[in-house]
Design a protein around this ligand. Structure first.
Ligand SMILES: [Zn+2]
Ligand SMILES: [Zn+2]
Length: 278
């Protein structure tokens, strides 16, 4: 039977795919379970502030940072009590790197989206397209590059692993040569991650050179002026939009696409930051 929509490609969700391709894929071990990752690149330490009112994470601007400046004022005024002030927004150091996510995942036969196997329940709706994922759906190791950010404690644990795993000849094994299992568990209401070296033998992942994400994408990078207006109540999304219209010379029709992708990027960041800090 002739399908008009199929013929003209009207049912193909090009914009969705496009957006997914452009968007950063973040690694989050929020849900209790066992994750499998492979490290392959150096970590970048980055300082961020989580702005609780807008539930968004921004990069600290160091010596120029208005959030730190306000923290300092509060410190002078209230001493150690400053941290109790609702305007005090602590600086958090995160260790950021792209990782390969090797957690076994169940693939939605309808759209190709995946769900971690340990979270999968028979016929659960796909988070992407809503179709029921049947029990006979394929389980795969996605080997997907994602941008991860870890706490100092976690990275110190990784460092212990990196200095304590030897091969059969007694040589230290580079930590990039084996998988890391991460056990995520809720302890006293807080998500705690513990890394372990995986002894299962697996092929090294192949990583496309263009698959990695810039580390700074872990949070939104504002200028000092932009950050000040966010602190004074402007919505971060409006600030991003304003930047877009003042700096872009792209024709209006393309401008809409840019605006859209910016919005989805911002939403992406917000989602992952919520997960990381909740
Ligand atoms: Zn700062
Ligand atoms: Zn789906």
């Amino acid at each position: 039977m002739f399908n008009v929509d199929e013929f003209f490609g009207l049912e193909k969700e090009v914009t969705t795919t496009q957006r997914k391709f452009d968007a950063v894929s973040y690694f989050s071990a929020k849900f209790p379970g066992i994750y499998v990752i492979r490290l392959f690149e150096k970590f970048t330490p980055l300082d961020v502030h989580f702005l609780p009112k807008q539930r968004v994470s921004v990069l600290c601007l160091g010596a120029d940072c208005p959030v730190c400046a306000r923290n300092n004022i509060l410190f002078h005024e209230y001493g150690s009590e400053a941290v109790l002030n609702s305007d005090f927004i602590a600086r958090q150091r995160r260790y950021v790197a792209n990782i390969v996510d090797r957690t076994p995942s169940v693939v939605c036969p309808a759209c190709g989206e995946s769900v971690y196997k340990f979270l999968y329940k028979a016929n659960m709706p796909c988070p992407q397209c809503g179709a029921a994922i049947p029990p006979q759906a394929e389980t795969v190791v996605l080997d997907k590059v994602r941008l991860a950010s870890f706490s100092k404690t976690f990275v110190e644990q990784l460092k212990v692993i990196a200095t304590s795993v030897y091969d059969n000849n007694g040589n230290l094994k580079p930590i990039t040569d084996f998988d890391i299992k991460i056990i995520s568990a809720v302890v006293n209401g807080k998500t705690q991650l513990s890394p372990f070296p995986s002894d299962s033998v697996s092929e090294p992942p192949t990583i496309a050179p263009n698959a990695v994400f810039p580390h700074e994408k872990i949070a939104i990078k504002f200028s000092k002026e932009e950050l000040l207006s966010v602190m004074h109540g402007a919505h971060y999304r409006d600030v991003l939009k304003a930047r877009d219209t003042t700096t872009t010379t792209i024709p209006a029709t393309e401008g809409i696409t840019l605006d859209d992708s910016l919005k989805s990027e911002a939403e992406n960041i917000v989602n992952v930051i919520n997960e990381m800090f909740s």
